[in-house]
Structures are given as structure tokens and as C-alpha cells.
Design a protein around this ligand. Structure first.
Ligand code: GDP
Ligand code: IMO
Ligand code: MG
Length: 419
């Protein structure tokens, strides 16, 4: 059995949470493979809206296991708060949730280093979510990190203190006032120890060997990937499909369907390149109609038209097999809708993206589409959608060479069209 992957093809917030929740009934387990509480995945059903940061988005479906994989970084305080909130909804989360012993821990000082680093950058700041993601992955690759499995060692306190000392030394480089508040964190790790801490690479491979289906849930988006994103304005993990192999211990030959999720337009939170960004009233309209405010930080999201050179790049890097278009309903009310089809750089036309998108002067070439001016959120079948909508879809399918299997026309589970 192969594992399927859901991942974002843009700058995050494509609607991964909604689609994972939607697809979960077909799977035995949902597994997060990278990122941490920088993610905010929203789910809507039965008049409830829930935002998940660390817990996989399969948690609200009965009889589904959920795994926080080795590639994820965990803030015990945020995770335990999330678990409490889910438990209060009557879900027996403790029996449904597995946590990899190899997942790294976000320490209180990681968040302080994140904030100090951002403050020191001034105008060139990344726009980090300040959850300590970058510093934790730095300690992971620097081979200093503490992992969930270390909580079970009698040397844990010693190792924690040694790492804290390193962090205090790092903080000396910054002109940054701070206080390390550890009490909540210490309480949370005691509770974390009582959860199901597993050798997840064995769990995952044993399940696949017994023909149990696994859905891997990506966080962030491909254009925020540490290698292929708009570096340095990226996150610190591999958000692309290969990240599912590394972040769960799944061999590349065992990856099955790759569901690439994109919004019918584009958004970005934080700094960095955004060629199709709209700094005008159309951009504000997209932000308002799409309720584009960060699920983790509440920050307003930057908005712009769909960008095909960037989308095709993400499709290539991820080996996407099925496309899923989200938030199409947000475009219901526009007279004219645009898609970026190429970039003009120094007088030359490109359908690829440049090496340093952040510092390249890009003139975007658009194709214009007539708006459909029809409410789509109550449409239950593709047939019922207006022709102008279908023209938009046909063009994307033609350009990408992939078919759009699922189209989302609202935040609710039910507002989803399968073709
Ligand atoms: P994720 O990080 O990829 O899971 O996405 P977020 O949850 O951060 O942001 C997506 C937002 O759009 C959430 O508020 C969702 O409830 C909402 N959403 C998801 N799909 C749709 C859709 O098809 N239409 C509309 N209008 N909203 C949607
Ligand atoms: P989901 O999973 C959108 C952005 C931040 C910042 C950059 C680095 O909900 O799609 P970090 O805290 O990771 O060091 O921030 O990445 N970012 C996201 N943007 N959605 C996310 O997650 C994001 N996670 C991080 O805004 O620009
Ligand atoms: Mg999000």
C-alpha cells in the first residue's frame, strides 16, 4: 500500500485542513510530517469552526488515527492546550493520537530567539509566526535539539539545562530584553509523557504493509519550502512532497497520490516575493470576501491573482497527481478575473520562476477571464456551475496538464464539489 499526500502549492493557507478533514473517511491514519504550530488549519462542520495547529486534521472523524510525525516540531504548551480543547468537544483524542519520539521539542527559549532574530532584522524580517520554528529546526540540524523521546530519559533535565545555557549565550548577541518563562512548559511536558509516544516509522510502515491507508498532511506551502521557496522568506522545513518521506520515514517508492491544493487566487502572510499581489481595492475585496486573516496570528493576508508560473513550479517539484482548487466562491462577485500566465524580466518572457524572486523586477503578463457573477457555494455538482467558471477551470487544467478532481466552494465540509 502507498501513502497519499495533501500539500499546499502556494504560500500556505490554501485550505489543507478542510480538504484533509474531507478526505479522512477514506483513510486509517492522518499524519502531519513537518512544520509545527506555525500552521493554522481550519475545519468547519456542524456549525463549528475549529483551527488546528499541531494536531492532524483527521481528528474529528471517528475511528481514524492521527500521527504527529518525526519531521514536526512540537510546542508542548500549544499541543496540550489543543488537546484539552478537543477533549472538551467530547473526542477521545488520547486514544486517537500518536506522537513520534523523534519529533523535536520547541523550548521556551526557541521562541525568544525567534523574536530576537526577527527584531534584529528590522525591515528585512521574515515575518515569522514567532512560534520558535526556525530556532528549533536550527538546533535539530545543528545536532543540539531535544526530542520527544528524550522526555523519557533520566538525563533529560541535564540536557535541557545545557541547551538553555547555549540559548542564553546566543541571546547575548541580540539587544533584546527577555525572560524565560518555563513553568507552563514544564507542566506540559509532564502531561506529554503520558500520551502515546511511538516509534512512528515502524507504525507507519507496518500499517502500509497491512494495507492500511495513510494520508500525509502537509503544513505551509511549497513556495515557503526551505529549498524551493522564496528564500530567505520561507519556513525552516521541507514542505514539499519529499518532506513526507523524511518527516514520516516513508520510502519515496511508497508515495501514491499527491493532492496539490491551491486557492483560485493567491495569498501570502509575512514578507517576500508576491508577483501578482494586488495593492488596490481589488486586493482588499479579495481579502474581505476570502476572510483572509491568519488562522495562527490573525495578521491580514496579502492577496493577488492566481500565478501559473509559480503554480506549475510547485506541481513539478511535488509530482502532483491531482489538483484541488479551493475558495473558488471568493471570486463569485468579480467582473473580471485574471491569471498570471508568464513573467517579463529584462524584456524576456518566461513561464518559469526566477532564482531570486524577491529581488527580480517582474512584470506579470495576465490572461483575463470574465467573472461568473453567480453564487457557487450552494452548487452541488460541476454541471450546475456557470460556463464562465468552467472556462476558468478548463484553462488551468489545460495549462497544468492535470485535472481538477475537487473544487471547494465554501469553508464547510459540505461545500465541496467532486468531479
Ligand atoms: P490551511 O492552513 O491550508 O489549512 O488553510 P487555513 O485554514 O489557514 O485558511 C483557509 C481559510 O479558508 C479558512 O478560514 C477556511 O475555513 C477557509 N476555506 C477553506 N476552503 C474554503 C472555500 O472553498 N471557500 C471559502 N470561502 N473559504 C474556505
Ligand atoms: P499553514 O500550514 C501561511 C509563514 C510566516 C512567515 C514564514 C516563516 O497554516 O498553511 P515561521 O514561523 O515558519 O518561521 O514563518 O512562513 N508561514 C505561514 N504562512 N500559512 C502557514 O501555515 C505558515 N506557516 C508559516 O508567515 O512568512
Ligand atoms: Mg493556515
Amino acid at each position: 500500500m502507498k501513502a497519499d499526500v495533501v500539500l499546499g502549492l502556494q504560500w500556505g493557507d490554501e485550505g489543507k485542513g478542510k480538504i484533509v478533514d474531507f478526505l479522512t473517511p477514506d483513510y486509517y491514519m492522518v499524519a502531519r510530517f513537518q512544520g509545527g504550530p506555525n500552521a493554522g488549519h481550519s475545519l468547519e462542520f456542524n456549525d463549528k469552526k475549529i483551527v488546528l495547529h499541531s494536531v492532524p486534521s483527521g481528528i474529528f472523524r471517528d475511528n481514524t488515527l492521527n500521527l504527529i510525525g518525526n519531521g514536526v516540531v512540537i510546542d508542548p504548551v500549544i499541543l496540550l492546550d489543543e488537546i484539552d480543547a478537543i477533549e472538551a468537544m467530547g473526542i477521545d483524542i488520547k486514544s486517537q493520537l500518536l506522537i513520534s519520539k523523534r519529533a523535536h521539542l520547541i523550548l521556551p527559549a526557541h521562541k525568544i530567539i525567534d523574536a530576537a532574530s526577527e527584531a534584529s532584522k528590522g525591515k528585512t524580517k521574515i515575518g515569522s509566526t514567532l512560534k520558535g520554528i526556525g530556532p528549533t529546526y536550527m538546533d535539530k540540524t545543528g545536532r543540539n535539539g531535544l526530542r520527544v523521546g528524550d522526555l523519557l530519559s533520566d538525563k533529560f533535565n541535564e540536557r535541557y539545562e545545557a541547551l538553555k545555557k547555549k540559548h542564553i549565550n546566543i541571546l547575548k548577541q541580540f539587544d533584546f530584553e527577555y525572560k524565560i518563562d518555563e513553568s507552563e512548559w514544564m507542566q506540559a511536558i509532564e502531561r506529554l509523557k503520558t500520551l502515546k509516544l511511538v516509534d512512528s516509522e515502524y507504525e507507519v510502515n507496518n500499517m502500509l504493509n497491512s494495507y492500511k491507508r495513510i494520508l500525509c498532511e502537509g503544513a505551509q506551502g511549497s513556495l515557503l519550502d526551505i529549498d524551493f521557496g522564496t528564500y530567505p522568506y520561507v519556513t525552516s522545513s521541507s514542505t514539499v512532497c519529499a518532506g513526507a518521506c523524511i518527516g514520516l520515514g516513508i520510502a519515496p517508492s511508497r508515495i501514491g497520490e499527491v493532492f496539490g491544493i491551491f486557492k483560485a487566487y493567491c495569498t501570502r502572510v509575512g514578507s517576500g516575493a508576491f508577483p501578482t499581489e494586488l495593492n488596490d481595492e481589488t486586493g482588499v475585496k479579495l481579502q474581505q470576501k476570502g476572510r483572509e486573516f491568519g488562522a495562527t496570528t490573525g495578521r491580514p493576508r496579502r492577496t493577488g491573482w492566481l500565478d501559473l508560473p509559480a503554480l506549475k513550479y510547485s506541481i513539478m517539484i511535488n509530482g502532483v497527481t491531482q489538483l484541488i482548487m479551493m475558495k473558488a466562491d471568493v471570486l463569485d462577485d468579480f467582473d473580471k478575473i485574471r491569471i498570471a500566465v508568464a513573467y517579463k524580466i529584462n524584456g524576456n518572457i518566461y513561464k518559469t520562476i526566477p532564482y531570486d524572486m524577491n529581488h527580480t523586477d517582474i512584470e506579470v503578463i495576465y490572461k483575463d477571464f470574465e467573472g461568473w457573477k453567480t453564487k457557487t457555494s450552494n452548487c452541488k455538482s460541476y454541471k450546475k456551475l456557470p460556463q464562465a467558471f468552467k472556462n476558468y477551470v478548463d484553462f488551468i487544467e489545460h495549462e497544468t496538464g492535470l485535472s481538477l478532481k475537487v473544487i471547494s466552494v465554501g469553508p464547510n465540509r459540505d461545500e465541496t464539489i467532486i468531479r
